[in-house]
Design a binder for this molecule. Structure first.
Ligand SMILES: [Zn+2]
Length: 408
């Protein structure tokens, strides 16, 4: 390379590199930003569903309240077609409700995305300190009600989204009746539904999003290690665009809330594990700290009589629904697993729960811009020095005192 060309090239790299880096790592995805005005999932509608569900009474497997919930849910979503998947359970019957859009979609031959929530509520509020209270059923506003309310609201708007794939919704029974010392005793409805999927259905069900406990007014969404990690990777860019990650620039600028916490890892047993077990990439979006003083599942309203509609909030529900809706409208959920299929065909699910802090540092924000500004000033100064040296070196020993770039 000609000496002058090399000099210009080095200067350009020095000046542009930090800004290029900032742009690549700090900015929200512009495709997602362009879709934000289209988001329409309504937190108040989901919240109203929770009040209705709790009003039915505890939704124990096989109960009248459970039947009433499923009947009402079907009536409210006439654009979808429904089927009921029943199994014997603890001497009675458990029922999963399955809905598809477009109606009568054959899941064995049509690509679909799954959306789900458990609708049963726990029979005993065994995190109550008082023994009498601990023997009573959980009202299940957040634990049961919030996921169903959100899924129902998303079902209302999905027909107008004009998606290029089908959607299957499953309301799972008997998620929440397990014993704490036996991990396998939870998520019984989803276990049965997943185990009965045919090979063709598994191969066409590209991704599954589970919503559980998403109505807490102080929303904390951790990074769930039992999630399929490839599908899980799609969450952070969507959350960033919506302004849910502290320290990362949102579409609306630098205003951010600390809601999705990629650096906080948590292993959760929930219905998504059953899907991952049979080879359907599945993630759980869940708030494990329910209530203002909760530390994990301790000191929270979880599995207590306090899990009532006044503890959930339309804004929280809407935040999570918009995250899911943005992934639907942009194709992010489906695209995430398509990449997975072509790169590592045999990789399925809940493997190493580790790659959490691999997120690149961002230089966005006022401090980052200040640093970048100084780097550029120093780069400019260095370039000036280099140019002086270059001019001295390139000047022919016997040349006249005046010369220009054209001569160099
Ligand atoms: Zn529960």
């Amino acid at each position: 390379m000609h000496p002058r060309g090399r000099f210009v090239f080095v200067c350009a790299i020095m000046l542009l590199a930090p800004w290029t880096f900032a742009h690549a790592e700090g900015q929200p995805d512009q495709q997602y930003c362009s879709l934000l005005p289209a988001l329409e999932a309504d937190g108040n509608r989901a919240n109203a569903s929770i009040a209705w569900q709790v009003g039915l009474g505890p939704r124990l497997p096989g109960s009248n309240a459970s039947s009433a919930l499923l009947d009402g849910f079907e009536e409210n979503h006439s654009a979808w077609s429904f089927s009921r998947d029943t199994h014997t359970y603890a001497g009675g019957t458990l029922t999963n409700l399955v809905a598809v859009y477009p109606p009568n979609t054959d899941l064995a031959t049509t690509e679909a995305l799954g959306l789900g929530a458990h609708y049963d509520t726990r029979e005993f509020a065994d995190f109550e300190a008082n023994a009498t209270n601990a023997s009573r059923p959980v009202p299940g506003a957040n634990d049961g009600g919030s996921g169903v309310g959100a899924v129902g609201e998303l079902m209302r708007i999905i027909p107008s989204m004009d998606l290029d794939h089908a959607v299957v919704v499953v309301l799972f029974d008997a998620e929440d009746q397990g014993t704490y010392t036996d991990k396998e005793s939870w998520a019984e409805g989803s276990r049965r539904w997943a185990d009965n999927l045919t090979e063709q259905e598994v191969s066409h069900l590209k991704a599954f999003i589970l919503l559980d406990m998403i109505g807490d007014a102080s929303l904390d969404l951790a990074n769930i290690s039992s999630n399929n990690q490839t599908l899980n990777n799609a969450i952070a860019p969507l959350a960033q665009a919506l302004g849910l990650i502290e320290g990362r620039e949102a579409c609306s600028g630098v205003q951010m809330r600390d809601i999705y916490q990629p650096g906080t890892t948590l292993d959760i047993m929930d219905d998504h594990v059953r899907l991952n077990d049979v080879g359907v990439p599945a993630i759980d979006i869940i708030d494990h700290r329910y209530g203002p003083n909760a530390t994990g599942f301790a000191n929270s309203y979880w599995h207590t009589l306090e899990d009532t509609p006044d503890k959930v909030n339309a804004e929280a529900l809407e935040t999570v629904m918009h995250l899911v809706e943005l992934g639907l409208r942009s194709g992010a959920w489906m695209d995430a697993v398509e990449v997975e299929v072509t790169s590592t065909p045999d990789d399925t699910s809940d493997k190493d729960p580790e790659p959490i802090l691999t997120e690149p540092r961002t230089f966005a924000g006022p401090l980052g811009l200040l640093v970048l500004g100084w780097i550029s000033v120093l780069g400019l100064a260095a370039c000036s020095m280099l140019s002086i040296l270059a001019l001295r070196k390139l000047r022919p020993a016997s040349a006249a005192k005046t010369w220009s770039w054209d001569e160099a």
